[in-house]
Design a protein around this ligand. Sequence first.
Ligand code: SAH
Ligand code: SF4
Length: 414
Amino acid sequence: MADTNLMSIPGQVDPVPVARDITPRADGRIDLMGLPKARIRELFEQAGLDAKQAKLRSKQVFHWIYHRGISEFAEMTDLGKAMRPWLAERFVVARPEVVEAQVSSDGTRKWLLRTPDSHDFEMVFIPDADRGTLCVSSQVGCTLNCRFCHTGTMRLVRNLTPGEIVGQVMLARDALGEWPKGKMDFAEIEDEAEYTADGRLLTNIVMMGMGEPLYNFDNVRDALKLVMDGEGLALSKRRITLSTSGVVPMMERCGEEIGVNLAVSLHAVTKDVRDEIVPINKKYGIEQLLQACADYPSASNARRITFEYVMLKDKNDSDEHAHELVRLLREYDLPAKVNLIPFNPWPGATYECSTPERIKSFSSIIFDAGISAPVRTPRGRDIDAACGQLKTAAEKKSRAQLDREAAQVQAANS
Ligand code: SAH
Ligand code: SF4
């Protein structure tokens, strides 16, 4: 299916709309992955089923795809014998292609995945004693250029579709062997509240892979709705966290339409430093960002906002910075916890990680003010799976280079 919707691709700070480029399937079948039940029903009707059949079959197929992890219509055993090949001729349920799977010495797993139009992106699974967290990508590359982030050196290739986003969670369940087993029975549908960590490896999802999720809002929302749907993947919104570098105008909608936990990549407490290391700050400053956090729907003491703070030597890590951070969080009366992230190096990075003593001192100042400030243990560094190390092939090009290339294409087409 060709998708020619316009999506907003921001430049370093300014959005420019460009056509989305998704290659249609060569076999003409329609991919159901990432579609909601109502859309599947519509497609079944368009393919010739009557309204009653389309309603029933879409409910069954939806359940098989998202709740049971089944992609082959032949295995959907409660569909009529003739219905299964009929559907298989017209539809398909595709997963992203796995190009490579790596395992770190600490158990962290990283997958290199490929879209049907041959763009590579990554997802990471981080197992812990009491939980397992899947770090999901929202875009191939990123338009923003946070100076300490390897993904930021890539250009944005394109937004991932809802199918490619929910497909990551489904691939992880495939790899971990975690689909609910047993007979197909609608009475057995798990309530989202029943989904607990007991015995499960994948318990939490963080939208912290490649890309800025709030610059791909609609697709991220549609994918997470399938993840949270009790008849779908049935993971509670309390177990999902979306991290943003500070796309202020989208934060309210994120709270209202998705309702997941929010993490904000703050990383600096003065305009000068944040302008330098998180350039979106030039558009949406610290005060605006913190006000949007204070207004975030569903933020409460029970569901605090996480402020991520990467520790960069001699850049943002002084005691004064820590005191200023406390002051700001108090000024905006934010139910907050601070996550201190030791900087993860990558080839060509111009920063160094703060010393362990500096990180300790920074963390104690925040703790002493009554705000939790744990230091995140880097995971998967040996396979470049740690925060900020994800990167695939697409290099960022300068605006001048992009303009030259566009002019060449135009000249060739005229
Ligand atoms: N684009 C989103 C989510 C992806 S990045 C965002 O920026 O929030 C996930 C987290 O890793 C962010 O807090 C990001 O700032 C942080 N990060 C990026 N590069 C890093 C690096 N080299 N070392 C440590 N953390 C990094
Ligand atoms: Fe993009 Fe987030 Fe990396 Fe910044 S930190 S460049 S927003 S992925």
